[in-house]
Design a binder for this molecule. Sequence first.
Ligand code: FES
Length: 121
Amino acid sequence: MNAANFGGNPQERARNPNAVRYPVAKLSDLPPGTMRAFEVGSRTILVLNLDGELHALNGICSHAYSELAKGFFAGDLVTCALHLSQFDVRTGEPISPPATEAIAKYALAVDEGVILVDIPD
Ligand code: FES
């Protein structure tokens, strides 16, 4: 496994035995300060590179249907383009209204330059 910073806390990083690990992108395709959405099964997963620290969130806003990849990523916040709620990239927690619910976070890993996201069954 390549050296990389994995987002979130150690418990989150522990692999969920009921999760399926999906390759989503090459690490080189996601430079620091960028985000990209990937379709994984029926889900949209948003992967963000926060200064080398990778995070995977549900790619759909918790307030209404809006793809977060169409919003803005600055500092450690992602902003929904529809009503401008902001979410903490590290936790998925909403920072500003109208969203009140956190966005789901997913464990991830990097293996041989490939970003792998664990999606619960
Ligand atoms: S849909 Fe994202 S803030 Fe309303």
